[in-house]
Design a protein around this ligand. Sequence first.
Ligand code: PLP
Length: 432
Amino acid sequence: MENGAGNGMAVAAAAAAAAPAATWNFAPNEALLGLTALSVRGVLGRVKAGMVAGGGARPVIPMGHGDPSVFPCFRTAPEAVDAVAGALRSWEHNSYSTCVGLEPARRSIAKYLSHNLPYELSPDDVYLTSGCAQAIEIICSVLARPGANILLPRPGYLFYEARAVFNGMEARYYDLLPEKDWEVDIHGVQALADENTVAMVIVNPGNPCGNVYTYEHLAKVAETARKLGIFVITDEVYAHLTFGERKFVPMGVFGEVAPVFTLGSISKRWLVPGWRLGWIVTNDPNSVFQRTKVVDSIKSYLDISSDPPTFVQGAIPNLLENTKEEFFDKTVKILRETSDICWEKLKGISAITCPSKPEGSMFVMVKLDLTCLQDIKDDMDFCCRLAKEELVVLLPGYKNWLRITFAIDPSSLEDGLDRLKSFCLRHSKPTK
Ligand SMILES: *Cc1c(COP(=O)(O)O)cnc(C)c1O
């Protein structure tokens, strides 16, 4: 019976294939095809295109994007795993969630973030998202109105540009200043903003620069935003991942000066980017977001989008409350060690300079000196050749800067940096 039906379909399909070609009404969304240049995945795809993994003799060293969870030394906390297992075993989290997220999860995130603030957040300030990436997507969608522009840091995290542009918003770039530990160029921000500017984005601790901003600098950012009548979107996905002199200060501390959207997730601090749980939090004691109805548009957006998995939401209260300090300390200790290795080894490569020692996140931004190299066109060319010849994957930055992540296990990192050095030596110009 079944075979008979199968054969019948096969015959019909063959007949259809023989018919003259139809004209189809669909075409790709051209706006999307142009965006691959703006996504980490798209750029990594280009970098890796010519790479042929060498049969296992030499492993590929992934220093291009931050997902350390594949390395045993960056394994998440057992309490986090217990929290998720407990949520599953409770049988209480198999349903759809509410669109803003489960109340206990929102309450515990409000409490967790309030530790570092001069005021208390309420659960109603918290919206759960599928990772920080969806938080960015939502914010960019909510803010996009015809003619609006948004101020983004350069160098920055590509996803903002891609989401802003895809939503029809104009992205304008202010500089981060390498000689000032990648502080925001405040004058640049003022020069760029006009009456159609809706917000400025900061990433702190920073990807890709490894910056950690001081209280004083964040105060200046808040004052500037207030003067310009815009609000601040702060990406704090690397909150507390600091290993230098400076401690993490949340931008929400200045919510009274200018309203702040804090974006975050458990992906980086808990080393579980695959669990897909993040948040948008309004740090806005003066209720500007309520008055301007930005909050209503977030809720409307959430009504028509998908939610993070309910059992991960269900795990959040235990995950936040039970994770031990030792786990966080261990992660920070390894990042301190790997950032030191990176800093020291990069000093020994003459074609590369690192203007500022990373103090937070998992990244460092380094400058390529092409005048030392004889046959490399630009940062993209450098990364493609490096991947092909040394199986080391780095991300091109902009204007011949490179983005490097050091959040990989220390011995792989040393290996990767040694290969980077041999590559530079092999391609260096003969000295006269
Ligand atoms: C990794 C990263 C994100 C995305 O975080 P997810 O929670 O994995 O979606 C957002 N912003 C920055 C700066 C990141 O590095």
